[in-house]
Ligand binder design. Structure first.
Ligand code: GLN
Length: 543
């Protein structure tokens, strides 16, 4: 029977609850257990799909097409377990479900209330499709004390009693701040946070304390005493240099042992196999070289908007044992005259996914610079679309080439995707439809041309990658573009949607309509990122 680990946070946000969950998942796996991770988010948006990446960070897309919280990306990167639609739920979706039921008359005229209706729906989500894994890790978004998170806290409190004895534990992540003027670590915020948690009926089994300094034995005992946990259950979470060190650090701090102990499970006494993580850390801390990659995008001021991308670039570095230095450049920069010098000296240029016209001309310029100078170019989704527009304008002589995502253009090389095939049949979209839930989302297969560069990189001619787009490269322009030297080397199986383009006359110029960064893992770097960084290494030796 599946055991549940509920992870809550206190004091402040951004303490790394997602990384704690992901790392604990990895540690349990290293001890031979199966895991699944889940995020319950208290905000009212139905899903993160329409939330601004400025506010919320990237939207992470699963194989089954869910637009989810970026923490699910951490879960996959640390455990390799592909997330599903059922692994992320928000208050918005919970309420949507309940209100639909109410409208259908499912409640037979009864009063619909937070307890039990909302809490029951939360419990259903938390326990759905557990698939008999050994451990289900449920992270609750927000911090204790938020009004919004109360129904979630109540639901997990109840769930512990609904489950057989010993099948659920609570982990609480808090902050132990260092007050420089006093030269002391302060435990009071943690005490208050746990007090708040206990007032709603949740006694944490394990306390994880984020801190910049080692927690002295006396302070640890004080935390244990005031928070009603055993000394060994106060786990120190010191800042580390790389997120991939976190599993190792938590193991050293005793987290996995304490968690198993809280379930009354004997840890076999054997050390878990953490070689995967120590190997990764060796590649990160002892690189044999360095490459500079320019990422030309729009949300470059907020790194979280490109979380999976920056991780995938780092994974490409791990695969080649080099450090990847990323220059984040606002694409609008290239719309000014003589601005291209910003790209001098970089070993690779990546234009990532994006939406809307602003900055698009700058991205097209960046693609042109890469093509003309022979600098490795990697276009992802919007970045592929911009590279195709560049090729249409400057290689195929279609001066008016553009995208119908922008205002009026003579040759919509990139046009609205109105029809595509899914397992369930044909999907269609109308121009001017709703923004929420109208994209081509999730994993779709693509067929790669025999002998193409990408077929060589993947060592395969059939691949499956995750998508999130509304527009597509119009296949009717294929012949003209191929005649001009841009090869369509990956297509949807029905041959209607271009999935990959490459420029055979260039050392490494590849555009993909999907998001390979979503499937890259530090222990299994995505082949396109590994190959892109390899090309950047070669380029760095030329200059
Ligand atoms: N805006 C483009 C589209 O909708 C690209 C999307 C993306 O880069 N994810 O097709």
């Amino acid at each position: 029977m599946t055991r549940y680990i509920f992870i809550t946070g206190g004091v402040v946000s951004s303490l790394g609850k997602g990384l704690l969950s992901a790392s604990l998942g990895a540690l349990l796996q290293a001890r031979g257990h199966s895991v699944r991770l889940r995020k319950l988010d208290p905000y009212l948006n139905v899903d993160p799909g329409t939330m601004s990446p400025y506010q919320h960070g990237e939207v992470y897309v699963t194989d089954d097409g869910a637009e989810t919280d970026l923490d699910l990306g951490h879960y996959e990167r640390f455990t390799g377990v592909p997330s599903r639609q059922t692994d992320n739920v928000t208050s918005g979706r919970i309420y949507q479900t309940i209100l639909e039921r109410e409208r259908r008359g499912d409640y037979l005229g009864g009063t619909v209330q937070v307890i039990p209706h909302v809490t029951n729906a939360i419990k259903e989500f938390a326990t759905a499709q557990a698939d008999g894994v050994d451990f289900m890790l449920c992270e609750i978004g927000g911090t204790v004390g938020d009004i919004e998170s109360l129904p979630f806290m109540e639901a997990i409190r109840q769930l512990k009693n609904d489950l057989p004895r010993g099948h659920a534990i609570f982990i609480h992540l808090t902050l132990v701040p260092y007050i420089a003027a006093a030269g002391e670590l302060k435990t009071k915020p943690t005490q208050h946070s746990v007090k708040e948690l206990r007032s709603i009926g949740i006694q944490p089994d394990v306390l994880v304390c984020r801190t910049e300094h080692a927690i002295p034995e006396g302070e640890r005992r004080k935390i244990a005493l005031f928070c009603n946990v055993r000394d060994s259950a106060v786990i120190e979470a010191r800042d580390v240099t790389s997120i991939y060190e976190v599993p190792i650090a938590y193991h050293k701090a005793g987290l996995d042992t304490e968690v198993l102990d809280a379930f009354g499970l004997e840890s076999s006494g054997e050390e878990p196999d953490l070689s995967r993580w120590t190997d990764i850390m060796a590649a990160i801390t002892e690189p044999e070289g360095e490459v500079k990659i320019a990422v030309v995008g729009k949300y470059t001021g907020l790194r979280d908007a490109y979380k999976s991308l920056s991780e995938a670039l780092a994974h490409g570095g791990i695969a080649n044992r080099v450090k990847v230095e990323v220059n984040w450049i606002e694409s609008e920069v290239f719309e000014a005259e003589n601005s291209v010098h910003h790209l001098e000296g970089v070993n690779g240029i990546l234009v990532p996914g994006g939406f809307g016209e602003r900055g698009s001309e700058g991205k097209i310029e960046a693609a042109r610079f890469a093509r003309e100078r022979g600098v490795p170019y990697f276009g992802i989704c919007f970045g592929m679309q911009m590279a195709v527009i560049e090729a249409a304008r400057n290689m195929a002589g279609l001066g008016g080439a553009g995208s119908s995502e922008f205002n009026g253009c003579a040759d919509p090389i990139v046009g609205l995707l109105t029809e595509w095939e899914t397992d369930a049949g044909t999907e269609t979209r109308e121009e001017g439809g709703d923004l929420g839930g109208t994209m081509r989302l999730g994993a779709y297969p693509a067929l790669l041309a025999e002998g193409s560069q990408v077929a060589g990189i993947y060592h395969a001619t059939e691949i499956s990658e995750r998508h999130r787009h509304r527009y597509e490269v119009n296949v009717h322009y294929r012949d003209r573009l191929e005649g001009a030297g841009l090869k369509f080397s990956g297509m949807s199986p029905d041959g209607r949607l271009p999935e990959i383009v490459e420029n055979p006359a260039h050392p490494w110029f590849i555009g993909v309509q999907f998001h390979p960064e979503l499937k890259s893992k530090p222990f299994d770097p995505h082949p396109l990122f590994a190959s892109f960084i390899e090309a950047a290494v070669k380029q760095s030796r030329l200059v």
